[in-house]
Design a protein around this ligand. Sequence first.
Ligand code: MN
Length: 732
Amino acid sequence: MEMEAFVPEQAFEDFKKTVLENNPHANMERVRQAFDFAVAAHEGQKRKDGSPYVTHTIAAAAIAAEMGLDDESIIAALLHDVLEDTDTTYETVAAQFGEDVASIVDGVTKLTRVQYSTLEERQMENLRKMLMAMAKDIRVILIKLADRLHNMRTMQYQTPEKQLSKSRETMEIYAPIAHRLGVEKVKDELEDLALLYLDPVGYREITNTLEKRRLIMEQFLQEMEKTIEERMAKEGIKCKVYGRLKHLYSIYRKMYAQHLGVEEIFDLCAFRVIVDGLADCYNVLGIIHEMFRPVPGRFKDYISTPKPNNYQSLHTTVIGTEGIPFEVQIRTWEMHMTAEYGVAAHWKYKSGPSGHKEGDEEKFAWIRRLLESQQDSDAQGFYHDLKVDMFDDEVFVFTPNGDVKSLPAGATPIDFAYSIHSAVGNRMVGAKVNGRIVPISYPLQNGDIVSITTSNSSAGPSRDWLNIAKSGEARSKIKQWFKREKREENIQQGREMFEAEAKRIGLAMADITDPEMLPHILKRMAVQDMDDVYASIGYGGMTASHAVGRIRDEILRNRAPAKKTELEKMQERADRRQQQKPQKAVQGVLVEGLDNCLIKFSRCCTPVPGDPIIGFITRGLGVSIHRRDCVNYKRDADGGRWIKVTWADETSDYYTAEVHITSDERSGLVMDVATILNGLNARVRSLNARDTGKGTTVAAITLDVKNAEELQTIINKLQTIRGIREINRGGI
Ligand code: MN
């Protein structure tokens, strides 16, 4: 094959033409920058056929342009290999072309790094889902499709092994994704190219046959186009008719599905009639059915019931003049764009002169609307899956062998380990993600390659793994392990929990172990002995209160009437204990009639234990505690929002109090105060002093004390300072 020399200037002119044909408002200045950037970055790199590497990214960008993608996408497509294959960094791309472009390029790079040639059939669907999930921005996928399409177009230069593996990937992953997104034009070409390598014999059989019939068929296509267009013109309908051969892979599939030879497949030709408005679709259909005899059962109205990927068209198959059947698809221009470009058609319509400016939110909203309006039958496969991904409740990761595992979103290496095998989870001592050690609580990300470090001397899972694991599978396997491996420990722990609960409700252990009672209890609990009950509480299979409750019921049921009174006493005791349960103190304060209410100590009078106190019910902030001698209480004692509060027997460690000192005006007051406080080991928070200018100095001390007694000791000692006139606590 002869290569034309690569001349950047010429290449850009061709490229520019393609871009402007599809997007006349494209910002060619930016596109040019990206073009030059790509040329420079890939300088010296060659493709397998010897051409400069950059010809590939330019071609991929041209395909992206043909798909109608926006400026950002075209620029990203030009740059799609710079992060992977050159020294260029994300930051450089972001600085020159913006975050949007950089993150698309980054997304494409991540998809490129995913290796899947070794995957088995059953994992393909997971992989397709993963790719969709990884590409937060749908443009990432569309550029990846453009990239793959160009690689398939130039696959002849690769080794036979590579041709096979890439073609398989294309057939099993990329073509279905293209179909899923409705990019039929790309899908058809990908399928045909892949078929060439996957079944060269079948491929040639079809192309040879088509070749033999080519003249006849081309003539047929042309005549029919003309016939239909003329008739429509006569009926006053403006339309465009395109005749074409069906794409190879669809013929191939039909041959296999119906066990036919190529010779036996007649409807190789298809026509599209594209009109301006919806009403014309049905008018054209009527006219076509007048012109040709329709094949019964072949009419489909995908306009009133669109396909899951948003495809809309009328389909009918008719018998032509020579007895040759052919299919006619009738649709509007808008439907046609959606049919050809799928999701990408969105940009073709929406991008204004300034390019595409909508946020991801809106893009996805569009897809979501599409999904939600398309809940019909064959939606189950494709779009259900897409939807799942969009709603982010799964994460897809790889084993070191390249198997794909699907786990709930937020899953950790623990979940991963147990999804492989219980033995892997139970012996796990650590985990690596993409070759780096991570904590076992690391939330796995799509595309992570996860490996688990195990050790035979591992002590087994830890109980807090139950809180870390996200999957039911992992949790139940961890519980299983504790149930089996840690019986002694479970019994021990379970017994403690059981006894505590029994004590709480006033059930004596002696009542349970009573030889007359025990058999009844064991039967009721369906266990061999009480250890079984304890073990099950210990590993978390049953709660202690559930077990104790059932045993108490059983004892009540089996008590002889005489003994019942004893049991009734027991219950009374329990009830009494419940009633007498001391009121719960908060920060050492009991509020009459209120348990667990919010408590705050007022700043005006800083009460400490030992001070007579009163509570004030604040609006929304619970109860604020004041001293009974606080000015604020005295001023408003009849206000109606005061509530009785008392100090509890047990108070908190420290309470903050405030002390105000007035002395003769003198320097050195602060020093004296500090010396005394220091000597008493007082816990001082602040100490401020100032001269009043009226012959006195005032000082304010904030300190933490245990109670009023300690505070009084401090005050007494401060009284001994020379020149002190008055010491009091604030708020009075
Ligand atoms: Mn590429």
